[in-house]
Design a protein around this ligand. Structure first.
Ligand code: NIG
Ligand code: FE
Length: 415
């Protein structure tokens, strides 16, 4: 049985409800309990109720006493590229002077500059960098992240990154769900013969990565200057055969029809989607693919095009909001900040934004049965905010409101 821990004293508890992605009108629903708290036994939540009621039900329980504020579920970041060495502030500045992301990539910068960094770095160095970034995620209230490789682009360098992610999962509590992104770009040694890299991915890298068991998902950058629709389909069909779940970077810089491809392949998520068409939205809705929207990225890339979030929600889709943390197109890790931009750029309500960074994000990673909401039976991953209600998450910008973070019933961060 074990001892019960009561989490009491918050002004408000706010949480999505359910074990699957919430779309359409459901996206705007939360359970809000004024003076709400939690009862936790071991790793799990055993009761969610008003504080006084919890004290009556569990009279001899230990108590974690909070002074006001708001309790929400641990945030889940469904799209990050956290394994990199070196930074790219010069590209950021080139863009502020008018260069485009694709211009920079074509000149050998962009993803390839991070490939040089990762290839030159040893495992120890990459692990130390990742652990520092995970500490930062934790301080910002993020308790689970999806973590892509994609800056190695040889079997050995990609494996090195997956091993680093695995090592990080053994040494600290923020779980990284590993994704193999070998199809992020063509490595420099294949620039002149890109088809040979597609062959290598399909015939050699994917099966060998599958054998290691170190990646749960396979991702791809589907865009006309990188992997086109036909090559993307070939790579992802092979990945699916080998047991990977699928995630795709699609319709980010142009309307290629990547959303339809994601739907056709039964992907877990279709990410970015700034240029997603009406047909794309329909296909995603039909196939119940989670759109993972990253509102900080177009801002970072200085692209005006916005993902059609409202039209997606009206079509019944269940979007997640993510950072896309990476050294090129989004050097930011805060999902609270992402929520503000979800509201400001996508006209999403505070309720929709909270759902999108918790339950829907967890659902896109097949984790919604035990994460993403504060409900009986789920893992006790919770965040205490020094804000009077959950609506402040969108309303306040640039200040970290996180006071306490618990993962699996244990306090992992306190400020
Ligand atoms: O999600 N679009 C492709 N990949 C990343 C950018 C990666 C990089 O520039 O290093 C993205 O935006
Ligand atoms: Fe990305």
């Amino acid at each position: 049985m074990g001892e019960v821990l009561l989490v009491l004293g918050a002004e408000q508890l706010a949480t999505p409800q359910g074990t699957g992605a919430q779309g359409g009108a459901q996206l705007g629903r939360l359970q809000v309990i004024e003076r709400g708290g939690l009862a936790v036994r071991g790793e799990r939540i055993v009761a969610v109720a008003e504080g006084g009621e919890l004290e009556r039900r569990f009279p001899s329980a230990k108590t974690l006493r909070l002074d006001g504020g708001t309790l929400v579920p641990g945030f889940v970041d469904a799209h990050t590229h956290p394994v990199f060495a070196g930074t790219r502030e010069e590209e950021f500045e080139l863009r502020t002077r008018g260069a485009s992301y694709v211009d920079i990539a074509k000149a050998g910068g962009g993803i390839l500059s991070s490939v040089r960094g990762v290839r030159a770095a040893g495992k120890e160095e990459l692990l130390a960098l990742l652990l520092r970034r995970l500490e930062r995620f934790l301080e910002l209230g993020t308790t689970t992240i999806e973590a892509k490789t994609g800056y190695g682009l040889t079997f050995e360098d990609e494996l090195k990154c997956l091993e680093v992610i695995d090592q990080a999962n053994r040494s600290q509590p923020v779980e990284c769900v590993p994704t193999f992104l070998g199809a992020h770009d063509y490595p420099p040694e294949f620039r002149e013969r890109p088809e040979a890299y597609v062959d290598l991915l399909v015939e050699d890298m994917l099966p060998r990565i599958a054998e290691t068991g170190l990646a749960r998902y396979c991702d791809i950058f589907t865009e006309s200057h990188v992997f086109g629709l036909d090559d993307s389909r070939r790579i992802l069909e092979r990945a699916r055969e080998l047991g990977f779940g699928l995630r795709l970077h699609v319709d980010q810089l142009s309307q290629l029809g990547g959303a339809q491809l994601a739907a056709d392949l039964g992907a877990a998520s279709a990410d970015h989607l700034e240029y997603c068409s009406a047909e794309g939205i329909e296909a995603l809705a039909e196939a119940r693919v989670v759109p993972v929207l990253c509102p900080l990225v177009p801002l970072y890339l200085r692209i005006d095009q916005e993902a059609p979030a409202r039209r997606m929600i009206d079509a019944g889709l269940a979007p997640a909001l993510a950072t896309d943390f990476n050294p090129g197109s989004c050097m930011a890790q805060s999902l609270a900040e992402v929520m503000s931009f979800g509201a400001l750029r996508y006209s999403m309500s505070a309720e929709e934004c909270l759902n999108a960074v918790t339950l829907n994000a967890a659902a896109s990673l097949s984790l919604a049965d035990e994460r993403g909401s504060l409900e009986v039976g789920k893992r006790a991953d919770f965040v205490h905010l020094d804000q009077p209600n959950y609506r402040h998450l969108c309303y306040e910008l640039t200040r970290n409101p996180v006071r306490t973070v618990a993962i699996a019933g244990k306090v992992a961060f306190e400020r």
